[in-house]
Write a protein that binds this ligand. Structure first.
Ligand code: ADP
Ligand code: MG
Length: 413
């Protein structure tokens, strides 16, 4: 945070009015379910994007990023679909969307600095949008951070910024995670209704064992871990591995998966694949016109069921069960949905070989990151095994880090 303030002083010649930040996220389970009206279960990462900001009296936006070492200036009146181009669209788009929602928003001087790896599937884009959105809400008196309803409205604006101004077709999971997650909890998000629940996710203190999820809007900022029966920590961790692999097939494949799901839903006469009851899956599969649609449908229907089962397992403190669900999710994404890649498969297998309770690719696939649920004592082995597996195949060195469930966007200083 000091770095963002120092940089702001150097670039703009004065102290910022304040510093806001928003987290990256990792999805525990529920992959490719968002556009099927399904369920997702992200946590906020400890890695965050900082935005040092000062309000301006005019309508100019000036934004500097430590990651790009570049100053972009744009008048708010000139912001719109495709304008500005490049990374500043994520920042300008938020102010544009807030204005479009009827809020009185002026210009800003913004300095951005991020610890969220960019392009690793950990949602640096939403962290950037939500840090700036949080700043705009406070600096222009919009009050959107005060409760979950306001935060959900701000998330919707950040989604519009990403879809319409930056031109990236994404669902709403990332922005909801960055604005609604609570410390030591995962966010169960129903992508049809927008309803949320906070599910205990505190591996270190075994807080998963006794807590029940709280519904959105109860105002509590965080949950504290509860002790396990003997008071000892359960000693598990979540390890994220950024494979640093990027496969260019990504865009076309994403569109193909979406349209397959739409086609399958149309053939089955349902609004979305979420409406297929897992009990009726075999019947539904028999009615589909081809095998690819069958496999895509089987992934979506079983994956949504796995999200529900994972929530149950977390609430029961059944980490072995969570691990099995991670493994089943990975197999389904690899074999039925066909969105994994060699690097993701290798990272998952290396973690399992080192003693993981379960591991899976996370995010859209074809690169990006995987997660593994590990006994704390097995982390070093897992990192060594993953690094060795990648070196052996001549791939770029992966980046591994242990994460906990962090807090949503807010003001830091
Ligand atoms: P992910 O969100 O998974 O990291 P995306 O492709 O959705 O990947 O978003 C990455 C893009 O977001 C970058 O290419 C850049 O345009 C923008 N971005 C994210 N963080 C920063 C940052 N700190 N500074 C400048 N641009 C950023
Ligand atoms: Mg993104």
């Amino acid at each position: 945070m000091t770095r963002v303030v120092d940089t702001h002083r150097q670039v703009f010649g004065s102290d910022p009015e304040g510093v806001w930040s928003a987290p990256g996220r990792v999805n525990l389970i529920g992959e490719h379910t968002d556009y099927n009206d399904g369920l997702v279960l992200p946590i906020a990462l400890p890695q965050r994007t900082d935005a040092a900001c000062s309000p301006r009296a005019d309508d100019l936006l000036r934004v500097w990023s430590v990651q790009t070492d570049e100053l972009v200036e744009v008048a708010l009146a000139d912001v719109g679909p495709g304008r500005p181009e490049g990374w500043a669209a994520y920042v300008a788009g938020v102010l544009w969307a807030l204005r479009a929602a009827g809020h009185e928003v002026r210009g800003l001087d913004v300095t951005v600095d991020s610890a969220v790896p960019v392009g690793a599937g950990l949602s640096s884009s939403a962290a950037l949008e939500c840090a700036v959105g949080a700043a705009a809400s406070d600096l222009f008196g919009l009050g959107l951070l005060a409760d979950d309803a306001g935060r959900a409205a701000l998330a919707a604006g950040c989604v519009r910024a990403e879809n319409e101004v930056a031109g990236a077709p994404t669902g709403g999971m990332d922005q909801s995670a960055a604005l609604l997650c609570r410390v030591d909890h995962a966010l169960l998000l129903d992508c049809r209704s927008g309803a949320t629940e906070h599910v205990p996710f505190d591996l270190a203190s075994d807080g998963t064992a006794s807590g029940h999820g709280t519904t959105a809007g109860d105002g509590s900022a965080s949950g504290s871990g509860t002790e396990s029966g003997d008071g000892a920590p359960s000693g598990h961790v979540l390890l994220v591995t950024d494979t640093r692999a990027e496969h260019s097939l990504n865009d076309g494949q994403y569109g193909e998966r979406r349209s397959s799901c739409e086609q399958a839903a149309a053939e089955l006469g349902v609004a979305a694949l979420r409406d297929v009851d897992p009990k009726d899956l075999d019947d539904a599969l028999a009615r589909l016109s081809d095998d690819v649609l069958r496999r895509r449908t089987r992934h979506i229907v079983t994956e949504i069921a796995r999200v529900r089962a994972c929530v149950e397992a977390l609430r029961a403190g059944d980490l072995a069960g969570v691990g099995r669900l991670f493994d089943a999710s990975h197999a389904s994404l690899r074999d039925d949905y066909e969105v994994s890649c060699a690097e993701l498969d290798a990272s998952v297998e290396a973690a399992r070989g080192a003693g993981a309770l379960g591991a899976r690719m996370t995010g859209g696939g074809f690169g990006g990151s995987s997660i593994a649920l590990l006994p704390a004592g097995a982390v070093d082995d897992a990192v060594r095994a993953t690094t060795a597996a990648f070196a052996e195949r001549g791939w770029r060195e992966p980046r591994c880090f242990v994460v906990t469930a962090g807090v949503a966007a807010g003001r830091d200083a």
